[in-house]
Design a binder for this molecule. Sequence first.
Ligand SMILES: NC(=O)c1ccc[n+]([C@@H]2O[C@H](COP(=O)([O-])OP(=O)(O)OC[C@H]3O[C@@H](n4cnc5c(N)ncnc54)[C@H](O)[C@@H]3O)[C@@H](O)[C@H]2O)c1
Ligand SMILES: [Zn+2]
Ligand SMILES: [Zn+2]
Length: 369
Amino acid sequence: MRAAVLQHAGQPVTIEAVRLDPPQAGEVLVRIQASGVCHSDLHVRDGEWPRPGPFVIGHEGAGVVEALGPGVDPATTGLTVGQAVALSWYAPCGHCPACRAGREWLCSDSGSSRHRMSDGSTRLHRLDGAELYPYCGLGTLAEATVVPASAAIPMPAGAPPEVAALIGCCVSTGVGAVLKTARVPAGASVVVIGLGGVGLSVVMGAVLAGAATIVAVDRIPAKLARARELGAMATVLAGTDAAATDAQIRDLTGGGPDFVFEAIGLAATIEQAIGLLPPGGTAVLVGMTPFGVRAAFEVFPFVDGSRSILGSNYGFAVAALDFPRYAQLYLDGRLPIDRLIERRIGLDDVEAAFDRLRAGDGLRNVVTF
Ligand SMILES: NC(=O)c1ccc[n+]([C@@H]2O[C@H](COP(=O)([O-])OP(=O)(O)OC[C@H]3O[C@@H](n4cnc5c(N)ncnc54)[C@H](O)[C@@H]3O)[C@@H](O)[C@H]2O)c1
Ligand SMILES: [Zn+2]
Ligand SMILES: [Zn+2]
């Protein structure tokens, strides 16, 4: 099969013919139909997150089950040949303390975070036999993948594969940050900094939560227009003068928002998010920085004003529960996930999609197969 291979961070991915082994016990083979190109793929492509590869990259995918490994029970998993699935990049181990507590986004024994199957092995090889590894346990920028059954989540009938793919990362991350991590109450004021697939999903989540004020911030005017279409009531074009940007945001939120979501992963905008908080306000950090980045804030007013900072991994997703729920909200017309898609591209266009992502040019690029 063809796959996008990252041999060395910092160098372009190459489209190669690779070998995919059959599913082993507890695994399923999924024929990929759609895979988004997320900024987290770009972080690893650009070497900002050094990790032991080489990888088949991609972690925002969906497809159709093609084969079940031994012991995968259709009755308990809902997985049958031909079933449409969205893929989760954090397959829970099911036995660690976090999994037992239902907090699988904190799983301490997930093969996904080691980019391996749960036993440390891989089903991906070069034609000469050399091992390749599935990024986040998925490797969705490929024609097919083998994943743990717990990573393949059945989708309701009618959910398009592109929509299911985005549920697999940016939608669950952004919507979940609002509804699950921050539990934004109706009537709250919300600011979103950074309007990629993740930040625009935060905007959609804030609409679902019934936020009274949603202010969307980006440095690219076209992103602001899309945020308005998705329900932002006001927008701010982030300029080079940070103080002027902050003053506009404060004006629009009666002195400062109840919640600020940072969806870029830059120290400067993380510090901006914390600095915008009024007493009692909460900054929710969703964007991921390169490894080693630190951010700073003045402690006295932070504590004196009882402010909060929350980190949100994967929107606290419990994939088996949340993925079908987000898909149903899409089908009911309440979560317009398809509006995040800028263009459908081929596997050969992944590097061009990375260039666009670096430049902030356009919304989600989705590879369709
Ligand atoms: N927490 C999680 O579990 C999780 C999951 C997925 C992605 N992420 C991270 O979320 C971040 C966003 O991902 P994405 O795919 O939406 O990325 P993206 O590149 O599509 O979006 C980033 C947006 O930020 C804007 N931006 C960049 N610099 C800016 C600045 N200085 N001021 C204002 N706007 C600015 C860009 O124009 C762009 O619209 C990445 O760091 C990604 O790794 C986190
Ligand atoms: Zn992602
Ligand atoms: Zn676990």
